[in-house]
Ligand binder design. Structure first.
Ligand code: WTA
Length: 626
């Protein structure tokens, strides 16, 4: 897209949003084309997010059926396993058949429209079949990242009331096996489901519960290869995806059918512009929103070829991304800054030994990208040839909101640049006062866009409370942002109690509650700390029960404990034993102080006079784990 075309879009949506969005809606095939576009309000009195309200469609018809006549033989999914070259390709016709079979298998297990299905899977095509199989029949999927613990899985199954679980015998990552079915069995002891569909991935030995568990390869043979798609209203739920917030347990972010699909379809086209010559590789796992939107839904809705990668960037060596890109003919590559920082440290040779001349566009997502990593990506990986798109968005936004559009927006290393057409940002100070011109403040969105989340599963009040009450009348992103003279956006990171570890969101409250569940821990406070590779690391202050001796072994034990409770991504990078935590006289922990100590800037803790015991701070500074 060139600058004029992009400007024309901005103008069109600014002038007459209703017409613009109804025109955009033609990107999809509808049973019944919507007569209205946006019917949303962020205000307390008539709060609600609604798009294309009277439209009817089916997601899988858009992702699969509509391509069959013209491109049924085109490759839809290229699967690349953990071992280089372990994989295969599937055409649109093949994926269509598998999805219909999966949908029928779900039905055979008693799943119907509106039922919830949990998916706990490796990055194998069957994960996509399961997601799309749900969408085919109007069931709501909730994918749980395969790295989460049995307890985390159980919590999510229980919260959404899943009827069925789709899992695999084992996963394999970086040569190591992950006992998915064992974990699932443990989770199901706490939160039972009626049925389990298990995919054979490794052939490893697993427990099999008669009457509850079914093998996918058996079911697949029993069911028909055709399945009528369910007619869905645009606002019927498509999926729930749990994500961490400032408080409490992870919340079930709910996305619906029409607006979500349109948003990911349009943004994929506008930003990546994939044609029949392209092979698109987004390295995210389907357990995260990036995997939902840009591994599965957007590429398929656009008829593109998408890579599903079940490995890691450093196995068998640090050249994996580039070796595989070259072998598979990848032309558009989309990954997280944390992976780039980790690879950058290993030296340029790992990149240069592989031919990358077929790559034309490079993207990042998940966390701020530091200019060093941006430049390395541009100069070394892209040979200075490829444009870089630093795409800012969130689980809640469904798809990209702030990003350069290649060919139309000049990039600056480290900036996500400008909002897409139809996205309206505002920066406010802590009192909610609008900041104009170049400024730094809290990033808000003033109007709805089709891909916006529609609710927190099972808790309408929490949706409004979490996102629309901090700055009334606006959606608050939780991110800080600086806007420069050119109006470019520089995301500075989370300003709430969410830590972004390697591009994954972790709530401090979740890690704290895991720590205090340990019998030797009296109290815990968790903050983020700067980390060269992960972006942010987890820094935990732990107060032990009276008389409990501090030791390195106990530190290790606590790390293991959190890993077991939540998953490896939540394991603290630093644990400081703290005889006491800095509290106000009313008993509130002053996190600002803890953050500064964890950031290695104890001289900036600021005013401590409101603390009940100011001396606590000196003790903490002495014990810092920098
Ligand atoms: C951060 C991932 C800076 C941000 C799609 C956001 C980013 C959170 C960027 C959402 C970016 C994502 N630049 N920060 N390009 N992309 N973030 O829900 O803090 O897993 O709020 O969605 O990641 O993380 P989530």
């Amino acid at each position: 897209m060139n600058a004029q075309e992009l400007a024309a879009r901005h103008e069109a949506v600014n002038e007459d949003a209703e017409s613009y969005w109804l025109e955009e809606a033609k990107r999809l095939d509808w049973y019944s084309f919507p007569t209205t576009a946006n019917r949303s309000s962020f205000d307390e009195g008539d709060f609600g997010i609604r798009w294309f309200e009277d439209g009817e469609l089916n997601v899988t018809v858009n992702c699969l059926d509509r391509h069959l006549a013209t491109r049924g033989d085109r490759t839809a999914i290229i699967f690349e396993g953990d071992e280089p070259g372990e994989g295969y390709s599937l055409t649109y016709a093949q994926v269509h058949e598998e999805v219909c079979r999966f949908a029928n298998a779900l039905k055979a297990c008693g799943v119907g429209k509106g039922d919830r299905v949990a998916i706990y899977m490796p990055m194998i095509p069957e994960a996509a079949f399961a997601m799309l199989g749900c969408a085919r029949i109007g069931a709501i999927h909730s994918v749980v990242f395969g790295g989460f613990s049995p307890d985390s899985l159980a919590d999510r199954i229980e919260d959404c009331g899943a009827k069925l679980l789709v899992t695999a015998d084992e996963g394999v990552r970086g040569g190591k096996r992950i006992p998915l079915k064992d974990n699932a069995d443990k989770a199901l002891e706490k939160s039972p489901v009626e049925a389990v569909i298990m995919v054979r991935r490794t052939g490893g030995e697993v427990n099999f519960v008669e009457g509850r568990d079914r093998w996918w390869h058996d079911l697949r043979e029993e069911v028909s290869a055709t399945c009528e798609p369910e007619k869905m209203n645009a606002e019927d739920p498509l999926f729930i995806l749990y994500t961490s917030g400032s408080t409490g347990k992870p919340k079930g972010v709910m996305h619906t059918t029409g607006g979500y699909l349109l948003w990911v379809t349009a943004t994929f086209d506008i930003v990546f512009g994939a044609t029949d010559e392209d092979v698109f590789w987004c390295t995210a796992d389907v357990g995260w929103v990036t995997g939902h939107s840009y591994v599965v839904y957007a590429p398929l809705a656009n008829g593109a070829t998408t890579v599903m990668f079940d490995g890691v960037p450093n196995y068998p060596d640090f050249g994996r991304f580039w070796e595989t890109s070259n072998r598979l003919g990848v032309t558009i590559f989309y990954t997280a800054p944390t992976a780039l920082r980790a690879l950058m440290r290993e030296g340029d040779e790992w990149v240069k030994q592989h031919d990358r001349s077929q790559i034309r566009l490079l993207g990042t997502v998940g966390e701020p990208i530091n200019p060093e990593a941006w430049n390395w990506y541009h100069e070394v990986v892209g040979d200075g040839r490829c444009e870089i798109v630093d795409t800012w968005w969130q689980t809640e936004t469904g798809g990209m909101l702030i990003t350069p559009v290649p060919g139309a927006v000049k990039t600056k290393p480290g900036s996500a640049t400008l909002p897409l057409p139809g996205v309206y940002t505002k920066l406010v100070d802590n009192d909610g006062k609008e900041l104009t011109g170049p400024a730094e403040g809290n990033l808000c969105l003033t109007q709805s866009w089709p891909g916006q989340m529609r609710g927190v599963w099972g808790d309408d009040e929490r949706f409004f409370q979490t996102y629309f009450t901090t700055y009334p009348g606006m959606y608050f992103t939780g991110d800080g942002c600086r806007r420069d003279d050119d109006g470019y956006h520089w995301i500075t990171g989370r300003v709430d109690d969410v830590i972004n570890v390697s591009g994954h969101r972790m709530g401090t409250a979740e890690v704290e509650s895991a720590l205090v569940a340990h019998p030797k821990v009296a109290e815990a406070a968790v903050v983020g700390m700067p980390h060269d590779v992960k972006g942010q690391g987890i820094y935990a202050y732990v107060t032990l029960n009276a008389g409990e001796p501090e030791s390195e072994e106990l530190r290790q034990e606590l790390r293991q404990f959190v890993r077991k409770e939540i998953g490896a991504i939540a394991s603290p990078d630093a644990i400081q034993f703290a005889p006491a935590l800095p509290k106000t006289r009313s008993g509130k922990i002053m996190r600002r102080i803890l953050r500064k100590i964890a950031e290695g800037e104890p001289d900036k803790v600021g005013d401590v006079s409101t603390l009940a015991e100011p001396a606590v701070v000196d003790a903490l500074i002495k014990g810092a784990q920098a």
